[in-house]
Design a protein around this ligand. Structure first.
Ligand code: FEO
Length: 394
C-alpha cells in the first residue's frame, strides 16, 4: 500500500475501512477512511493517525515514502480514537517525536491513553516552522469535540481541518473530482447532519476564522480530499450551520395498523397540491441517520406515530431522541397519529418539537382507530394549509 501525493512532499497515508457499517449509530453504508497526512520537510511531520486496527496500513504507506523513525512531529488535531487510536503504536516506534495538540487535546489525550508522551500544547494562531513550510493551528472547539483543531499550511494553501468537511466514504479515489459528485455531496450532507449539526454556532466561528485563509485544498479526516469546489463546500457548511433550509417537507412516521400511514399519505397529497417538495420516510424501513440527510435541507418536518401503551412507537422514540441530540433549528413542525383510546403520541411529539423551538403553526392531528374518508380529507387539507404557511424565503 502506497502513500498518495497531494502536493509536493505532502502525502495521504491514511487507512481505508471498507467494512465499517456503523459509526456509533450512524449507518456508514459506504464505509469510511481515516485520513493521516505525511509532510516531508526538514522536520518530518505526521498529521493525525488512523483507527487502531488500521495502524499497519498507515505504516506501510508511510514506509513507501520514508522510514517512520524519521518522523519528528505528530500533529493530533482531534482526540477521538478514530484519529488518535494509532498513537500508542507509533509512539513505540518514535518515542521522542513531539505530539502537538490543542489545550483540550492535551487533556483529552492524557485521559484516553494515560501516558506522559512528549506533548507540546499549541494555542489558536500559533505556528510551527518545519523548514520550507509553516504549520498554523486554529482551534475549532466542538467541530467536533472540545479539542478539535485545524492545521493550515500557507505555502501549499492546504487546510487539514480534521472532521470538518469529511464524508464517510471508503474509496481508493482520493480526490473529489474522481468521484461522482452526487454521491459525494450526499455523503458530505449526511456527515454534517449526523455529526456536526449540533455545533452550528461553532462552525460559523470556525468558518469566520478560516475565511481569511487562501485555501486551494482541504484534506479532512474522513473520505476524499477537496482539490476543487472549495467555495461550494464552504458555502454548504455556512448554509447548514445557519440552519437554512429549502421549501421542502419531510414526513417521518411509523404505523401500527396502517392508520398513521394513511394520514402520512394524505398529508403528502395536500403538501404536493400546495406546491411543496415532499420526502416521506417510514421509520421501519429507513435508518434514522439516513433520515437526517433528508432533514438537513427540509423546512417543514411532519412526524407521525400511533399511540402505543400511552406513548409512541419505539422507532419514533428513537428518532425523537436522535433529533433532540442533533438539535436541528429553525424548522416548522407538525405532529400526527392514530390512536385507540389514550391518544398521547401527538403531544409527546409536539413536546419534542417545542423543546427544539420549532414553530408549530397547526395543532397536531390525531384520529381514532381507522380513519374515514372525510377525516382523511381533513388531513389532506392540513397538508395544503401547512404548504401555504411555509414561505419561500428560506
Ligand atoms: Fe472522526 Fe470526531 O472523529
Amino acid at each position: 500500500m502506497k502513500a498518495i501525493p497531494l502536493k509536493k512532499d505532502i502525502y495521504w497515508v491514511g487507512g481505508i475501512d471498507w467494512n465499517l457499517r456503523n459509526f456509533h449509530g450512524y449507518l456508514t453504508q459506504r464505509g469510511t477512511t481515516y485520513n493521516a497526512y505525511l509532510i516531508i520537510d526538514e522536520k518530518v511531520t505526521l498529521v493525525d493517525t488512523v483507527k487502531h486496527y488500521l495502524f499497519d496500513e498507515m505504516i506501510e504507506r508511510i514506509k513507501s515514502v520514508i522510514d517512520p523513525e524519521k518522523i519528528d512531529y505528530i500533529i493530533s488535531n482531534h482526540v477521538e480514537m478514530d484519529h488518535s487510536g494509532s498513537l500508542p503504536k507509533i509512539v513505540k516506534i518514535i518515542p521522542d517525536a513531539k505530539i502537538i495538540t490543542s489545550t483540550n487535546g492535551l487533556k483529552g489525550l492524557k485521559l484516553h491513553y494515560n501516558q506522559n508522551w512528549n506533548f507540546q500544547e499549541v494555542r489558536s494562531g500559533d505556528s510551527l516552522e518545519l523548514g520550507r513550510r509553516t504549520l498554523k493551528f486554529f482551534h475549532m472547539p466542538m467541530v467536533h469535540w472540545p479539542d478539535s483543531m485545524a492545521t493550515y499550511i500557507p505555502e501549499d494553501k492546504l487546510l487539514l481541518p480534521n472532521d470538518a468537511f469529511g464524508q464517510h466514504i471508503a474509496s481508493n479515489e482520493r480526490f473529489n473530482d474522481e468521484l461522482e459528485s452526487g454521491i459525494l455531496l450526499e455523503e458530505a450532507a449526511k456527515y454534517y447532519a449526523n455529526i456536526v449539526l449540533p455545533y452550528g454556532e461553532q462552525v460559523k466561528r470556525a468558518l469566520s476564522a478560516l475565511s481569511a485563509l487562501d485555501i486551494e485544498m482541504i484534506g479532512p479526516s474522513h473520505g476524499i480530499v477537496w482539490r476543487s469546489k472549495i467555495p461550494e463546500i464552504i458555502k454548504l457548511y455556512a448554509k447548514w450551520a445557519d440552519n437554512q433550509t429549502d421549501r421542502k417537507a419531510l414526513i417521518v412516521y411509523d404505523t401500527m395498523w396502517d392508520s398513521t400511514r394513511k394520514m402520512a399519505y394524505k398529508l403528502q397529497e395536500g403538501l404536493l397540491e400546495g406546491g411543496m417538495a415532499v420526502d416521506m420516510r417510514d421509520l421501519k424501513t429507513t435508518h434514522i441517520s439516513d433520515i437526517m440527510t433528508e432533514l438537513i435541507n427540509a423546512k417543514l418536518i411532519l412526524i407521525g406515530s400511533p399511540t402505543l401503551n400511552n406513548g409512541i412507537l419505539p422507532t419514533v422514540g428513537a428518532f425523537l431522541t436522535y433529533i433532540k441530540g442533533l438539535r436541528p433549528a429553525k424548522r416548522t413542525g407538525f405532529a400526527f397519529g392514530s390512536y385507540g383510546w389514550g391518544g398521547q403520541a401527538v403531544k409527546i411529539i409536539e413536546d419534542v418539537m417545542k423543546s427544539l423551538n420549532w414553530e408549530i403553526p397547526v395543532e397536531g392531528k390525531k384520529l381514532q382507530y381507522v380513519p374515514e374518508k372525510d377525516a382523511l380529507s381533513e388531513v389532506k387539507e392540513i397538508g395544503r394549509e401547512l404548504a401555504g404557511r411555509t414561505g419561500r424565503e428560506d
